[in-house]
Design a protein around this ligand. Structure first.
Ligand code: ATP
Ligand code: MG
Length: 583
């Protein structure tokens, strides 16, 4: 007995109207198609259809992990506080870490990630270099008390993550696993049908140095990225920035009256020069309260991650602090700063010998301020957030911009956790060494949303075969009769026998309702069975992706649609296979 899903029995409450608070297509359509429901901010239930998709995404992820030799485990979702104290993250993680106390007064947290737990799990039993490398993973719910949960599954508080952790004796061994995992992540994206890019990224809370993010490209993705035709790509928050500041050369430094001019835009307009010729000044302080003034090209923004890497504990000055230091907001410059001010500038400005800057006096600016003569700079650094048009750090061409959804990330952790948590092994030379670690995360529920962002139209979702809740929906136009209903059942059975996942819309609903729901839910193929067609021995098949329709003989349709021999679900999302049917 093959399994056919029946719409008449299914808990799939579809919605005709768009939910009011859902901005993104994935959020809106997953709700409307009856795949999930919101229970509270950032908390969702997966309904049967959504669960089928989530299960398929998870299966792809687990399969690719198994294929590279990672072993599946399951760790507790609730984690004891003491291991987080050991790593130092109990204090560092902040309010995103949801903490709780049990009835005995012992503290715990809800797992947002599992570096501490896995390290504490293996440290007493993984003891010798002979046992390395070791690679374990799990697929599990995570909780992060996100400051702004939004966009449905994209940024929820509870979400499904595949997290893997590897332990190594050498950096070479870590690199090998890191590369294999990156390849596995690429295959996962391909198999889900995602258009994606691997980008250089910042390691954020997790720590470590080398890291790559896998971004599904999407118009409304939260992440900004830059990429180049040479193959280079980076997260804009982390990527190296090479701006093109321009010079506004004068015959020496000249002080000009600029009444009411406070912003770069106003100054550029007033002088009729590009913003890249005006230097943006920002004042801040380091952890010890020492005054620091920064200069960056006027058409760029200061990057918080980068300045914090350069200056420990950097904070921008408040308006009041600026006044106390005798600084003028909107009129700051490098000439005539208070004694002892540390001046730092974006390294791109090194080549700009004359600057248009504030005069440290309300209503005045300098043009042609000469670097080295009129002022000096104490330190140069990469300080700005990269943007399209900046130079590619690999080949120098202009970078392109795009937006993306971070679906997964790989990290080289090094010894951050093994050292702080005393996780060591006996190496070949007889000495105790901390493990060299890697960690690798896939947003399983976020990936599902990313697929919908890339595969939808005005009518609804268009699932790739690989993650569709079922492959084919058979739609009898009448039910309970003795012509159409049995013919539809027969086709459904024939398809199911071939290993194709079939749903039959056997509800007593008008054809229009069934068509609309089929489009909304997004089954890749629809087989429409009606009286008139049957009289001619035909049924109509619709390809959801393009809306193309084609008639097939009733007796041949199951065989004709059988893609199971053609689509290799181990490698691809199976979309092209369907196109062939309608070519
Ligand atoms: P983000 O920068 O988007 O907050 P992250 O870099 O903090 O994510 P990781 O620690 O790298 O996230 O977690 C691994 C994966 O888990 C991410 O690549 C992402 O796909 C997923 N993920 C992280 N936070 C969320 C969330 N709030 N909702 C859904 N998925 C998430
Ligand atoms: Mg990440």
């Amino acid at each position: 007995m093959t399994n056919i899903m029946r719409m008449s029995k299914m808990y799939a409450p579809t919605l005709k109207e768009d939910p009011s608070d859902a901005e993104l297509a994935s959020h809106r359509l997953l709700l409307r198609a009856g795949m999930m429901r919101k229970n509270a901010a950032g908390l969702y239930s997966f309904l049967p259809l959504g669960m089928r998709v989530l299960g398929k995404v998870e299966a792809i992820v687990n399969e690719e992990m198994d294929n590279i030799g990672a072993e599946r485990i399951l760790m507790p979702f609730v984690q004891p506080a003491d291991i987080w104290h050991e790593s130092g993250r109990w204090d560092d993680y902040g309010p995103e870490l949801a903490r709780m106390t049990d009835r005995h007064g012992v503290e715990y947290c809800l797992g947002p990630t599992h570096e501490e737990l896995i390290t504490s799990l293996v440290r007493n039993e993984l003891r010798s270099y002979k046992q390395l490398p070791a690679y374990l993973y799990q697929t599990q719910v995570k909780f992060r008390d996100e400051i702004r949960p939004r966009f449905g599954l994209m940024r929820s508080r509870e979400f499904m993550m595949k997290d893997g952790y590897s332990f190594h004796a050498t950096q070479e061994s870590l690199q090998e696993t890191y590369d294999e995992t990156s390849d596995a992540y690429a295959r996962m994206c391909d198999r889900m049908g995602l258009t994606w890019r691997a980008v250089e990224a910042d390691s954020g809370q997790i720590g470590g140095k080398v890291t790559t993010e896998f971004m599904a490209l999407a118009e409304y993705g939260e992440a900004e990225l830059v990429y180049c035709e040479c193959g280079y790509a980076a997260d804009a928050e982390a990527g190296e920035c090479i701006p093109h500041p321009t010079e506004y050369a004068r015959d020496g430094m000249e002080k000009i009256s600029t009444p009411g001019i406070h912003t770069i835009e106003e100054l550029a307009g007033f002088l009729d020069i590009p913003e890249s010729s005006c230097m943006k000044a920002l004042s801040g302080k380091d952890a010890d309260g020492k005054l620091i003034v920064l200069f960056i090209p006027g058409d760029h923004e200061l990057n918080e991650i980068k300045i914090n890497r350069e200056v420990l504990g950097f904070e921008l000055l408040t308006d009041e602090e600026m006044v106390n230091h005798g600084l003028f907001k909107g009129s700051m410059g490098p000439v005539g700063l208070p004694e002892g001010t540390f001046v730092m500038a974006d390294r791109s400005l090194k080549d700009v010998s004359q600057w248009a800057v504030g005069a440290n006096e309300e209503g005045y600016h300098y043009v042609g301020a000469r670097l080295g003569e009129d002022f000096t700079v104490d330190a140069w650094a990469d300080l700005c957030t990269v943007k399209p048009g900046d130079a590619c750090p690999h080949c120098g061409k202009a970078l392109e911009g795009a937006r993306g959804i971070e679906v997964s990330q790989v990290f080289q952790l090094g010894t951050k956790y093994s050292e702080s948590m005393g996780a060591t092994f006996m190496d070949e030379d007889g000495t105790e060494k901390p493990f060299i670690m890697g960690c690798y995360g896939v947003g399983v529920s976020r990936s599902m949303a990313a697929v919908v962002e890339q595969y939808h139209d005005d009518q609804g979702i268009i699932w790739p075969l690989s993650v569709a809740p079922a492959h084919v929906c058979v739609i009898p136009l009448t039910v309970g009769d003795d012509v159409v209903a049995p013919a539809a059942e027969k086709i459904a059975s024939e398809l199911a026998e071939r290993g194709i996942e079939v749903v039959i819309d056997d509800r007593k609903e008008r054809a229009g309702v069934k068509f609309a729901d089929a489009d909304l839910i997004g089954w890749p193929l629809q087989v429409v069975v009606g009286k008139r067609g049957l009289a001619e021995g035909k049924v109509e098949v619709k390809l959801r992706k393009t809306g193309q329709k084609r008639d097939f003989a009733v007796d041949e349709v199951a065989e004709a649609l059988d893609f199971t021999e053609k689509a290799d679900f181990k490698k691809e999302a199976g979309l092209d296979v369907l196109d062939e049917l309608f070519a």
